[in-house]
Ligand binder design. Structure first.
Ligand SMILES: Cc1cc2nc3c(=O)[nH]c(=O)nc-3n(C[C@H](O)[C@H](O)[C@H](O)COP(=O)(O)OP(=O)(O)OC[C@H]3O[C@@H](n4cnc5c(N)ncnc54)[C@H](O)[C@@H]3O)c2cc1C
Length: 345
């Protein structure tokens, strides 16, 4: 996704651009084709920054809930959006791919980046390999593993989403419904035991009156190892998308950071200093948020029992107010559009 944003911007600036993709088609790994991703986003500001109208592929979330075990806290859904990834006509990848073709970008499929390629890549090469370990290893990008159970398929439903927290995972379970699909992912920074999946399914049956039978165990890496993970240039190559470290470390939202870093990577080809400034601006909170996550958040998250007890005492309405205040504060301070105003002007 971010690679196509970079390619499109470069082609529009008159560069000859070739995209080399490991898979036999656009839309990324078949594991995530199709998939639904939910993210806070300022669609107007991000579209303007990228030079790409995103309004047709980002769909507002109508109903968003946070669950601490079974306890429900309604979260304001405004500024949160679903986006479909993969190769269906309704995905952001299809929209970007078509725009790239119109702009004259050339695509080469079944062309994986290999370790032995690294030294011989032409100047101005952009690396946009997402969350796949090999590229992180070749380029020595510090990363941590993530693991998760995923269930997805066709389902017509109101386009709602939820986040579920429990002690058995370090991260969360989430579900999105959009474009006639559902996507349900339970993920963690450590292995997720089948018993944990059972707890999640129990929660869904009890609280939401639904269940899914087919689950697949998947995993990958994310650049959340070091406070200085965000880097625009490594080994003289331009980093783009999540591998650049342009992401939200707290909840693992990668979509908005990947999009803006695609534009930054394109800028870096001709105007490296301007690009460095913009990249530094978008990632200026990364180190402090990652430190907060490691030093405070994981300890809190490990006591969902206690959080649930507090939320029950406060009641749903006061808990909601606290969540809203925390969200607004986070968005005000955020550097990545969608969490707050664009930080690159
Ligand atoms: C299951 C899952 C759920 C997620 N949910 C959310 C969410 O709800 N909200 C959110 O904000 N973020 C979410 N994220 C994170 C977000 O989707 C990613 O951070 C973002 O899509 C990464 O975009 P990208 O452009 O960096 O990489 P991608 O869009 O993943 O593109 C990487 C491309 O590189 C190709 N590639 C990989 N290795 C090679 C190689 N060696 N050679 C050539 N090509 C290669 C891949 O095939 C792919 O086409 C989720 C991630 C996953 C995996």
């Amino acid at each position: 996704m971010s690679g196509m944003v970079a390619a499109l911007n470069l082609a529009r600036d008159g560069f000859a651009v070739t995209v080399r993709e490991r898979e036999p088609h656009y839309g990324g790994s078949s594991l995530f084709d199709p998939s639904l991703h939910t993210t806070p986003l300022d669609v107007g500001a991000t579209s303007e920054y990228l030079g790409v109208d995103l309004s047709g592929v980002f769909h507002p979330v109508s109903d968003l809930c946070l669950y601490l075990h079974d306890f429900e806290v309604k979260v304001p859904a405004s500024m949160s959006y679903h986006v479909e990834r993969g190769s269906r006509p309704t995905s952001i990848d299809t929209m970007l791919y078509e725009k790239c073709l119109e702009a004259g970008v050339e695509f080469q499929f079944n062309e994986p980046l290999r370790k032995e390629d690294i030294g011989g890549l032409p100047p101005g090469t952009i690396i946009a390999c997402g969350l796949n370990r090999p590229a992180y290893d070749y380029l020595r990008v510090p990363c941590i593993d993530w693991f998760g159970w995923v269930s997805s398929g066709l389902e017509e439903s109101e386009d709602c989403a939820w986040i579920w927290m429990d002690e058995c995972i370090t991260e969360y379970g989430y579900i999105s419904f959009c474009n006639g699909l559902y996507y349900n992912l339970l993920f963690s920074a450590r292995e997720v035991e089948p018993e944990c999946l059972e707890r999640y399914r129990d929660f869904m049956r009890r609280v939401r009156g639904m269940d899914y039978e087919d689950w697949e165990y998947i995993g990958g890496v994310i650049p959340l190892k070091e406070p200085d993970n965000p880097r625009l240039v490594r080994e003289e190559l331009i980093m783009c998308g999540t591998i650049s470290g342009c992401m939200d470390p707290l909840m693992g939202f990668g979509i908005s950071g990947a999009l803006v870093s695609g534009k930054v990577a394109a800028t870096a080809v001709a105007e490296p200093e301007k690009a460095q400034e913009e990249f530094a601006s978008f990632t200026r909170n990364f180190a402090s948020v990652l430190n907060f996550k490691n030093e405070v958040w994981y300890d809190l998250r490990a006591q969902v029992d206690a959080l649930e007890a507090i939320a029950r005492v406060l009641g749903s309405r006061r808990s909601r107010r606290l969540v809203i205040e925390a969200l607004l504060k986070g968005r005000e301070r955020s550097a990545i559009p969608g969490f707050g105003p664009l930080g690159c002007s």
